[in-house]
Design a protein around this ligand. Structure first.
Ligand code: FPP
Length: 259
């Protein structure tokens, strides 16, 4: 059934690992947000340095990008580095920055093959010039792709994003381009990094922590949350499918009443 559906929709030819779950192809969440958590704990449990977990986490991201593309998710937003992650030891921060640069170098070909469009949210202006250049280049090189949007949150914080939006609107008010009365939810939305994207339908957080960690605070107003105790490096395509399956069983009312 999967194979037929994939071929019809011109997605990749291999079947994802569904652990026997049959998901409804017409109810695939358009936007899935992921907090890639638990890398450090995963590594420590193996007696390895934390950064070993981050490297393993990149492999998981690779697999999940493939699975998300295959099943027809439109946008996958992955939290790679938060505005608070600068508090970590300098060597871990440096490792994560290098890992991102490496990922961009090594992935570009496969992203293009799979028609994945790479984008970034967050204050990437504050990153090192070489990394900023790579971000600009990979964004440009994948801009014409027509498949999944892989949205990487780098130096991203939900509160910082809102402060940025308020400042942008305040500037417009100062120069007469906007009035306070004209500020609506749509106008706020238009000043976020995610302005042209739908809100996440589903947010996945592995590793057992039950919090948002400053992720997409405005956008998750009616997002469905799915948590698992599995650490991100152990998170497999079948976990992703399980999250989608459970999402499909939920009734979303957006504050309204049952249909
Ligand atoms: C949280 O795990 C993870 C991060 C802060 C970084 C996430 C980054 C990756 C998965 C790899 C880098 C991504 C790209 C695109 C190159 P944690 O370190 O907080 O784990 P812990 O909670 O067990 O300590």
């Amino acid at each position: 059934m999967w194979q037929r559906w994939f071929n019809k929709n011109n997605y990749a030819q291999s079947e994802p690992d569904t652990a026997g779950l049959v998901i409804d192809p017409v109810k695939i969440p358009a936007h899935v947000a992921i907090i890639m958590d638990g890398n450090g704990r995963w590594a420590k449990a193996k007696g390895m340095p934390r950064v070993f977990g981050h490297r393993a986490g990149v492999e998981t991201l690779r697999e999940i990008v493939k699975t998300a593309s295959q099943i027809g998710v439109k946008v996958l937003t992955a939290y790679a580095f938060s505005t608070e992650n600068w508090k970590r030891p300098a060597d871990e921060v440096a490792f994560l920055m290098n890992l991102l640069a490496e990922y961009l170098d090594s992935e570009i070909e496969e992203l293009n093959q799979n028609q994945v469009k790479l984008r970034f949210i967050g204050d990437t202006e504050q990153l090192a010039p070489a990394l900023k250049a790579k971000i600009a280049e990979t964004t440009r090189l994948t801009a014409q792709n027509s498949g999944l949007i892989l949205n990487l949150a780098v130096n991203y914080g939900g509160r910082a994003e809102l402060v940025r939006a308020f400042r942008l609107m305040a500037d417009k008010i100062s120069n007469g381009a906007l009035t306070a009365a004209e500020i609506t939810e749509d106008v706020v939305n238009a000043h976020l990094y995610t302005a042209d994207l739908p809100d996440p339908d589903l947010l996945i957080r592995p590793s057992g922590d039950l919090r948002l960690s400053n992720y997409l605070l405005w956008q998750v107003a009616y997002t469905e949350f799915w948590f698992t105790n599995v650490n991100w490096p152990d998170f497999k395509p079948h976990h992703f499918i399980e999250a989608i399956y459970e999402y499909q069983q939920r009734e979303r009312r957006f504050g309204g009443l049952k249909k």
